[in-house]
Design a protein around this ligand. Structure first.
Ligand code: MTE
Length: 300
């Protein structure tokens, strides 16, 4: 990517929305070229106009802070995000408790503009700042027997009003196959629009897997474990008929209760009309090969 952000993002590093859009125009159609591939580039340059800061930070799913879309923005200020420690364990050479400062020191923060598609059939385009998960896993030293990566969100009843309700089996947990986790599109986000990521979006560090439904992108991570077996995932535990381990965006496989063929781009105005959902959320060229031989109509 052409642009690199400083590691220590603060509010002072804010890019006003207008300035950000202007810079995007200056960069022209080159936006995200390296990631999207030539075939999709023209379309991507046209489509990937990021949502506003307000869209991204006021309309959230973070059930630890409530189940309404505006609950996280209202309630998540209670989460203490500094100091923050991430335990990396399991099948790694260098297990341990890593402070966020240690992690940020070792990683290069860059900007990635990704489509984000929730299983509820709304979508946004989000300019994330962060680093490739592969870099963090490489730092931890992945051992031969590792086949999956398990993630866990903080569980702090004193700071998270939503966890007193048994909506999910807390803490929120997620997982990826190791090759999915090591894929260059998979990132850990620590910022949005060049600002420190707000609590409601998963501060201080959350996963972003742009070709999967949004619930795979687990927030406020405190533990990463390399495992041999497929780890349990929160939504699968809650309702295995509706939510699978893979959860790749697929317009041809409907949710049992609604169609996945189209989506509503959050933001209203010109973009209020539903738009077709793309296979692997538009990242098929990059990731379809990961699922060769699997019957895409069968697995969710
Ligand atoms: N992570 C945790 N810990 N708790 C949650 O409730 N919601 C998921 C995912 N990660 C969730 C979570 C869902 S359903 C979605 S769509 C995305 O976060 C929403 O991310 P956003 O609020 O930043 O758009």
């Amino acid at each position: 990517m052409a642009h690199r952000w400083k590691n220590d993002l603060t509010r002072a590093d804010a890019t006003p929305y207008a300035a950000f859009m202007n810079r995007r125009q200056l960069m022209g159609g080159a936006l995200g070229l390296g990631l999207i591939g030539a075939a999709g580039a023209a379309r991507a340059a046209e489509e990937l106009v990021p949502n506003s800061w307000e869209d991204i930070t006021q309309y959230n799913n973070y059930y630890e802070f409530g189940t309404r879309k505006d609950d996280p923005a209202r309630n998540a200020h209670t989460l203490t995000t500094s100091p923050w420690t991430v335990k990396i364990d399991g099948l790694v050479d260098n297990p341990g408790d890593y402070s966020m400062a240690q992690i940020l020191d070792a990683m290069t923060i860059e900007e990635r503009i990704y489509r984000f598609r929730c299983v509820e059939a709304w979508s946004m385009v989000i300019p994330w700042n962060g680093f490739e998960l592969a870099d963090l896993l490489t730092m931890a030293g992945v051992q031969d027997g590792a086949k999956y990566v398990a993630f866990e969100t903080a569980l702090r009843p004193d700071e998270m009003p939503g966890v007193s309700y048994p909506v999910l089996d807390w803490p929120y947990v997620e997982g990826l196959r190791l090759d999915e986790a090591m894929h260059p599109l998979t990132m850990m986000a620590t910022g949005i629009y060049g600002k420190t990521i707000p609590n409601q979006n998963g501060a201080p560090m959350r996963l972003v897997v742009p070709w999967k439904y949004g619930f795979k992108s687990i927030k406020s991570i405190v533990r990463i474990t390399l495992t041999e077996d497929e780890p349990p995932t929160s939504w699968n535990k809650a309702n295995a008929r509706e939510y699978g381990f893979y959860s790749n965006v697929n317009p041809e496989v409907d949710h049992p209760r609604w169609s996945q063929a189209s989506e509503r781009l959050v933001g209203g105005g010109l973009f209020a009309r539903r738009q077709p959902t793309l296979m692997f959320n538009g990242y098929a060229d990059e990731v379809a090969s990961l699922y060769e031989g699997m019957d895409l109509s069968k697995f969710i």
